[in-house]
Write a new protein. Structure first.
Length: 85
């Protein structure tokens, strides 16, 4: 699945800004997608309410390991996708 980079926004996770996409209008939640020729794969999901305790740290860990993350939202969940270094 190809996602247009113009659809991306940003999400502030306690100072850890991350690329964000709203998947509410999509017919399904993909396991993989591509943005500007970079492939991302599903890594984890969590309920939006209460994400603040876990998600900022997870994004920082991914970045420290050299991976790039995108957070997608659909329903009451955040979905974290990562691209290899």
């Amino acid at each position: 699945m190809e996602i247009d980079a113009r659809e991306l926004g940003t999400l502030d996770l306690d100072g850890a800004w991350v690329q964000y996409i709203d998947l509410h209008d999509y017919s399904f939640v993909p396991t993989r997608f591509t943005i500007s020729e970079r492939e991302y794969g599903f890594q984890s999901s969590m309920v939006i309410l209460g994400h603040g305790a876990v998600l900022p740290g997870r994004i920082r860990e991914l970045r420290e390991s050299g991976k790039q993350a995108v957070v997608a939202e659909r329903g009451n969940r955040y979905y974290v996708y990562v691209s290899p270094p």
